[in-house]
Design a protein around this ligand. Sequence first.
Ligand code: SF4
Length: 273
Amino acid sequence: MTIYRKRGLYNFLPPSQYHIKEKAASVSLLKNMHKVDGKKITSGTKEWADFNINLIDGCAHNCRYCYAKKMAVRFGRKTEATWGTMRIRERDVNKAYRKKKGRIMFPTSHDIVPEEPFFKACMTVLEKLLRADNSVLVTTKPHLQVVRYICEHFKKFMDKIQFRFTITSMDDTKLADWEPGAPNFQERLESLKYASQAGFKTSISIEPCLDEDPRKLVEILKPYVTESIWLGCMNYSGKYPFNSTETLKKWVQWFEKEELMRFKDSIKRRLRS
Ligand code: SF4
């Protein structure tokens, strides 16, 4: 447990990094695992943003570990077999969006795919959010075509957008196994490079990390990341061999001194127990 007391404490701080101090220091991590600056530590998407916006049921990426899928199946909105079939909720596309007090994460229970009519629907909502002066964390397993479009068409909203690209491994065999409908590693890397070179804020989610040793992945991504790299482990798919407690401890040791690195609540909870 002493490992948590050492330097790199800020790496465990919760999401609110954009409105609470990202690198608060003098708190005992163990004592304050549930609170920082008097504010409750949150988990899931609330680690990153105050609001979630979605407009589609289902997701063609069809990740095996998808929490949104598990919830949809549990509550009878979808089945395992129908999750990959996307359906636009027209009401959520057509409605007006106002400025929210806090950052919006978009999307969280589906992804932005280049296929129509889903792409146009997503861009319509993104434009409404930005025109309403919202700060948007665009969270996606990125398709290059999608990222190019956003960089070109929403350039004037650049200061309101931060990309968060999910890149869970550089091994395409693992990606195809766990995230069968999502782009391969090269396309995700190209997307990151494109957004970074276009001057946008970029960050990465390596959650769930599909590798035992993500150091090489982090080294490859780092030059193109302006904000943060979030590392997390498998949450809902039972025992994942590469996410043992011993492995998580190694991750903390490897990355605690890395300025860009942040540890997701999935790791904090596992190491707390
Ligand atoms: S991309 Fe996200 S929403 Fe889509 S299936 Fe994967 S985890 Fe679920």
